[in-house]
Design a protein around this ligand. Structure first.
Ligand code: MCN
Length: 787
């Protein structure tokens, strides 16, 4: 089933926030801090106010005078000893001090976009610069610049999980300990559509309507209502077509509050659309971990214990899920697919004068996978074992399911050894030595990389997240309205920004209710229309939203049976429903779904004492646990030793995302994820200088992967292990590729470089980084030769 939404989008008929226009609409341009850390000594706006077309200029003082509250994180984790994380106030427009490059300090509102931009240049903000701290390793060191009074030592939280004593003992007594120190590079999300907000507060109406390119309309509604002191129902958030989000559009941003407030104040629609350059200094960034890890093994390569110490760079403020991603989410997956009896992880979240970090596709899971897979490779190399063998030896067997990890989660199902074996088979792993020898004769270094992963899709249940400090639930809601002609309108709390929901959600209904796809409309992204929901992130839409939809369909069938029983003069228990037909068991008395829909909506012949007219149902689904997708990826690379250029020559992926609703879409999701993983492994790197200026502030310096960088990806889906606790059996697929790819690619590059004695390079493995590693290894070899 091909995606039904593509024709409209490919023909340029999408309707994104920037396409929505209102009569009398004004345009906002934000004045942003040019410094990473400074005291605002004053903001002179009079010249800007007099500029052509300018309607108003607002600063943090205006919002403060109006009582606009601070932006709050949506997950306030508790650290060791139950200590609450530091949550310093973050205001939509900075007050008194700025803490990262690009922090908004004023907004200029004018008749046209260009007039707003021109006048923004005339706002004269004075700054007394302060020393900045950029690197996570420097932030918690004594004497480092301090960002917030409420976070001494720049520490937001200290988090720990697992059995420290057991791990300490195992590390002391183990036959071998593999040690690793690594950096997980900071990434910049780069969706095709830059973020945009349009706020509308019509005169005479109490309703504030906010169009935002967001993944989470209901969360944004709540934030804006809270900060502006409005009832939640007084705010309507519409996320129309959104051109990619990758997690970073699933967070709350200052512009949503600023525009909403300004529109209310002016009673005029106000629009802001980020330029690409502006996106680099106003969107959340991802990853940025420094990690030390130790894996204890016995002499035969069995994993005994794992210890992980991570410093996570949170940037200048705690963003929406900024604290939860590197703590609760990351640490929960440190068992990965392996049987490691004892695990202990400690994470310190620190503030620095950089853009806030938060979820970026994968969100904590690629970081966990990378630590584990790098350790597995290192341990194998040090023990002289084959890298596939050490993994096989330690994989959790299918017979051990459900498997309770020592770090928290319980995996309900999965056949990790089978998936891994199939990936090795597809990649012809056993014959790799020959391919390496052939490449070597041609003067090229060839390596093969392995990565196994497990993904926690659909954060759940709400009770669990709440106990860990989440300030939101994680259920999802779906409503189905059956029209008199038997057509369906399904309304969901999830949001589609590239994942193909209009297709896959409709497929669920088509299968469940026998209604043709052409008669099904999927509606998402409007808080006044869809039921209260959580949005799309964490690969949750199918496992949680799809399950809610399935349940709602079940309710439609149940009511349909009552109606059919009445019309067919049979007992409801004698009515079967299959292939869109209600039938009395064992007879030819039947009614089509359309007949029942019509009868329900006409209500000419219904037992009104027991049945309400109409056919519409809502279901809410709060899963009992995460759905654990998993898989194994194998990558083969060739490296030119003269230039350090890496070429991917083969990529094989076997993924278990449970029952697959739409294999074409899932494969597309995997390809996209792998492309992003490749970006992290080989190209993308967010770099600040010591003063907090962004050196990678455009696509000239921030290198996204291009089509030519990818090889043919050969992918297989293993559907033998459906999720055991949701009605669809589906596990998430949206982030899977991003989780395994960096680890698989780095594994391949290090394998290619191993004969030269290179054991370590941090991502991204740019040609320069690889070339330098080769040069350093050669120098070291020469030095050893001389001595
Ligand atoms: N699917 C399926 N069968 C399964 C699993 C998934 O058919 N067993 C389908 C789903 O029905 C859906 C798609 O695959 O159409 C992805 O589903 P799911 O894994 O539930 O992920 P979400 O829809 O919740 O999407 C979120 C996820 C995340 S967290 C990021 S980040 C991400 C991603 O999806 N950002 C994307 N994929 C993206 N794809 C595009 N094009 N753009 C983004 O911004």
């Amino acid at each position: 089933m091909r995606r039904v939404e593509d024709e409209r989008l490919l023909r340029g008929l999408g309707r994104f926030v920037a396409d929505v226009a209102f009569a009398g609409e004004l345009h906002g341009a934000l004045v942003r801090s040019p410094y990473a850390h400074a005291i605002i000594s004053g903001i002179e706006t009079s010249r800007a106010c007099r500029a052509p077309g300018v309607v108003a200029v607002f600063t943090g003082a205006d919002l403060a005078a109006d009582g606009v509250g601070p932006m709050r994180a949506l997950w306030a984790i508790r650290g060791v000893d139950g200590k609450a994380m530091a949550e310093p106030p973050r205001f939509a427009l900075a007050r008194e001090r700025v803490r990262h490059l690009g922090e908004p300090v004023a907004i200029v509102i004018a008749q046209t976009h260009q007039q707003a931009l021109d006048a923004a240049e005339l706002v004269d903000a004075g700054y007394q610069t302060l020393p900045a701290v950029i690197d996570a390793s420097a932030a918690a060191v004594s004497g480092a610049a301090q960002l917030h009074d409420s976070a001494p030592g720049n520490v937001c939280f200290r988090w720990a999980r697992g059995d420290e004593a057991a791990v300490r003992t195992a590390l002391k007594t183990a036959a071998h300990v593999a040690r690793l120190s690594l950096r997980n590079n900071r990434l910049i999300g780069a969706a095709i559509e830059p973020r945009a907000v349009l706020a509308v507060a019509e005169p005479g109406s109490k309703k504030l309507t906010l169009y935002s390119s967001t993944q989470v309309p209901h969360h944004i509604r709540r934030y804006v209502a809270e900060q502006l002191g409005l009832p939640e129902a007084g705010v309507r958030v519409i996320a129309p077509d959104v051109g990619g989000g990758f997690g970073y559009k699933g967070k709350h941003y200052p512009e949503e509050t600023i525009l909403a407030w300004a529109a209310q104040r002016l009673r005029r629609p106000v629009k802001w659309v980020a330029s690409r350059s502006e996106s680099f200094v106003s969107d959340n960034q991802g990853r940025d971990h420094l990690t030390q890890a130790e894996l204890a093994l016995d002499a035969r390569g069995n994993f005994l214990a794992l210890r992980v110490e991570t410093v996570a760079n949170l940037g200048a403020y705690v963003s929406t899920f900024g604290a939860a991603i590197p703590s609760a989410i990351y640490s929960a997956l440190l068992a990965g697919v392996y049987r490691t009896p004892a695990i202990f992880v400690r994470v310190t979240g620190v503030f620095t004068n950089t853009l806030p970090t938060d979820a970026y596709r994968g969100a904590g899971r690629p970081e966990a996978c990378y630590v584990l897979e790098r350790l597995a490779d290192r341990a194998a190399n040090e023990l002289g074992m084959d890298r596939a063998e050490i993994r096989c030896r330690n994989l959790i067997p299918a017979a051990a399911m459900p498997y309770k990890t020592p770090i928290g989660p319980t995996y309900d199902c999965g056949d990790f050894p089978k998936v891994f074996a199939r990936a090795l088979e597809m990649a012809e792993y056993a014959a790799f030595a020959k391919r390496r020898a052939t490449a070597s004769r041609a003067g090229v270094l060839r390596g093969i990389g392995l990565a196994c992963y497990v993904e926690s899709s659909g954060v759940a249940p709400s009770r669990f997240a709440g106990a860990l400090g989440a300030r939101t639930g994680f259920f999802e809601a779906a409503s189905i309205r059956v029209q008199p002609d038997g057509g369906l309108q399904a309304l969901l709390g999830t949001h589609n920004h590239g994942q193909g929901h209009a297709t896959t959600m409709a497929q669920i209904l088509c299968e469940r209710l026998g209604v043709p796809l052409a008669k099904i409309e999927i509606v998402e992204g409007d808080t006044d229309v869809v039921p209260y929901g959580t949005g799309t992130f964490g690969s949750r839409s199918i496992a949680v939203g799809g399950s809610a939809l399935d349940r709602a369909a079940g309710k439609i069938v149940a009511k349909g049976k009552l109606i059919a029983a009445h019309l067919l003069e049979a007992s409801p228990t004698d009515i079967d429903f299959a292939d869109g037909t209600f039938a009395v068991t064992g007879t030819d008395r039947r009614l089509s779904f359309n007949d029942v829909a019509r009868a329900a909506n006409l209500a000419h012949n219904l037992p009104l004492e027991t049945l309400e007219p109409g056919l519409q149902e809502t279901a809410v689904y709060d899963p009992p646990a995460f759905a654990f997708s998993n898989g194994a990826h194998v990558c083969e690379v060739e490296i030119d030793p003269l230039t350090g250029e890496t070429r991917i020559v083969g990529y094989w992926a076997v993924d278990d995302v449970g029952t697959v609703i739409n294999p074409i879409i899932v494969e597309g999701q995997l390809h996209g994820g792998i492309a992003q993983g490749l970006g992290q492994a080989l190209r993308e790197h967010c770099v600040y200088d010591g003063a907090g200026q962004l050196l990678s502030g455009s696509f000239l310096d921030y290198a996204l992967p291009r089509a030519a960088d990818l090889s043919l990806i050969q992918s297989e889906l293993d559907e033998s292990q459906p999720c055991t606790h949701n009605p669809l059996g589906a596990k998430g697929a949206g982030e899977a590729g991003t989780i395994a790819a960096p680890a698989a690619i780095v594994s391949a590059v290090l394998d290619a470089l191993a004969p030269l004695g290179v054991t370590d390079i941090d991502m991204p493995l740019t040609p320069e980084a690889v070339w330098r590693a080769i040069a350093a290894a050669k120098t070291a070899t020469r030095a050893i030769g001389r001595s």
